[in-house]
Design a protein around this ligand. Structure first.
Ligand SMILES: CC(C)(COP(=O)(O)OP(=O)(O)OC[C@H]1O[C@@H](n2cnc3c(N)ncnc32)[C@H](O)[C@@H]1OP(=O)(O)O)[C@@H](O)C(=O)NCCC(=O)NCCS
Length: 224
């Protein structure tokens, strides 16, 4: 079983900075022990969004396997390996369908989290990136949001192409739908659906992606 999820939060986007003081939001999305961690944190906004990004990354990974899983943030408990908030750290998110390992990285501008389901060796097969498609631009309007979504998709497709040695135009990442709900993106090679786990995220100035290297058998089939 292999699945990946990732989530980026732009700490400077409207509504992000200072959100840790929004008690109603905090009580809605964090469990009691997470609220306790937030109360002790010296970087409360980064701490809040790190827990949020971890929950979202875990949800994206686990919902790939269990599409009907609850998305209620209070049912996702983050357990971080470090009591403080170092710039890079790891942890676990306990979800209603088992735990997801997470790795986080943050700075003054953004928090990025990748969640992984599978054996710990899979981290070696992971490729992830966060980037600013338009330097300094804050996508506040719908068309810009679409542009940044497309940028995440294009960059992930290019990275998968590079990884597999396929011309980048042959790799496409498509959004899927299950009933009325949005569902995980899928990787298609020459129009054929592959099992490559991929995850996209975008918020404020940032776009991000993560994917797991295609299994060797898959790679061989793709290249033939
Ligand atoms: C679907 C959801 C995970 C998207 O996350 P988001 O933070 O709003 O937006 P992001 O930019 O990080 O991610 C968007 C991408 O996630 C992907 N996505 C959509 N549904 C998904 C799903 N069910 N599983 C995995 N990935 C999904 C899509 O590729 C989408 O990109 P696109 O819109 O460009 O196609 C989110 O809206 C959601 O429903 N979350 C559950 C409720 C919640 O808030 N939970 C908190 C943690 S449990």
């Amino acid at each position: 079983m292999r699945a990946v999820g990732n989530d980026v939060v732009d700490l400077r986007a409207d509504g992000a900075w200072g959100k840790s003081r929004d008690k109603r939001f905090v009580c809605r999305v964090l469990t009691a022990s997470e609220q306790n961690r937030l109360a002790k944190s010296q970087n409360p906004d980064a701490c809040l969004w790190a827990m949020w990004a971890a929950k979202e990354a875990a949800y994206k990974a686990v919902s790939r396997i269990f599409p009907d899983i609850s998305a209620w943030p209070g049912r996702y408990e983050t357990v971080f390996d470090h009591p403080g908030l170092p710039r890079q750290f790891a942890g676990t998110v306990n979800t209603p369908e088992g735990s997801v390992c997470v790795r986080l990285h943050w700075d003054e501008n953004r928090v990025h989290c990748v969640g992984l389901i599978g054996s710990s060796e899979l981290w070696q097969d992971l490729t992830a990136d966060v980037f600013e498609p338009e330097d300094g631009a804050h996508p506040a309007i719908e068309s810009s949001a679409k542009k940044i979504s497309a940028a995440a998709r294009t960059a992930a497709a290019a990275a998968i192409g590079l990884h597999t040695g396929l011309p980048h135009g042959l790799v496409k990442i498509e959004r899927t739908r299950v009933s009325q709900r949005s569902a995980p993106p899928v990787v298609k090679i020459q129009g054929i659906h592959t099992e490559t786990p991929v995850s996209l995220s975008h918020h404020g100035r940032f776009a991000a992606f993560a994917f797991l290297a295609p299994l060797q058998a898959q790679s061989a089939a793709m290249c033939s």
